[in-house]
Design a protein around this ligand. Structure first.
Ligand SMILES: [Zn+2]
Length: 133
C-alpha cells in the first residue's frame, strides 16, 4: 500500500474497526485479507495484480457508497464480509446456498460486533474504576 492511502477513509474505517477487535483477529485480517477500493465500474485488475493478490486468502472490495452510511453500519458491513472469508464461503451455486451463507455470515458478524461492543463498554468501565480508586 502506498503513502497516499494514509488519508483514505476506507483505511481509516478498517483500522478503526481492527482496533476494536482482539489482536489475533487483527493479525488474521492483515495476513489473509487485502482490501481494495475500486471506483464504481473500475476494473479490479487495474487496482490489484494477480501477483499482489496471491499471498492473500481473499480480496474485499469496498465501494464509495459505503461511506455514506453511518459509522457503525460501515463497520458491520466490513465485519460481514470478513465473516464470509472466515467461514470459507465460496461463490454460491444456487439461491439456497446463497441464503445459507448470508445467514451464517450475518450471525458471525453479529457475534463479533457484540463482543467488540462489550469490550468497549468494559474498557470504559475499567477506566472509570481506575479514575475513582
Ligand atoms: Zn454476504
Amino acid at each position: 500500500m502506498s503513502d497516499q492511502n494514509k488519508e483514505n477513509p476506507f483505511i481509516e474505517l478498517v483500522n478503526g474497526l481492527l482496533e476494536k477487535m482482539p489482536p489475533d483477529f487483527e493479525e488474521w485480517v492483515k495476513k489473509n485479507i487485502i482490501f481494495v477500493y475500486p471506483k464504481r465500474n473500475e476494473n479490479l485488475a487495474h487496482k490489484i495484480s494477480k501477483h499482489e493478490a496471491e499471498p492473500f486468502e481473499a480480496i474485499i472490495c469496498l465501494f464509495d457508497q459505503l461511506l455514506t452510511k453511518e459509522k457503525g453500519c460501515q463497520e458491520r458491513v466490513v465485519l460481514h464480509e470478513l465473516a464470509h472469508v472466515k467461514l470459507g464461503h465460496k461463490t454460491p451455486i444456487d439461491e439456497n446456498m446463497n441464503q445459507k451463507q448470508e445467514v451464517e455470515a450475518q450471525d458471525l458478524a453479529y457475534c463479533w460486533w457484540t463482543e467488540a461492543q462489550n469490550r468497549e463498554r468494559m474498557r470504559k468501565l475499567d477506566n472509570e474504576i481506575g479514575q475513582k480508586s
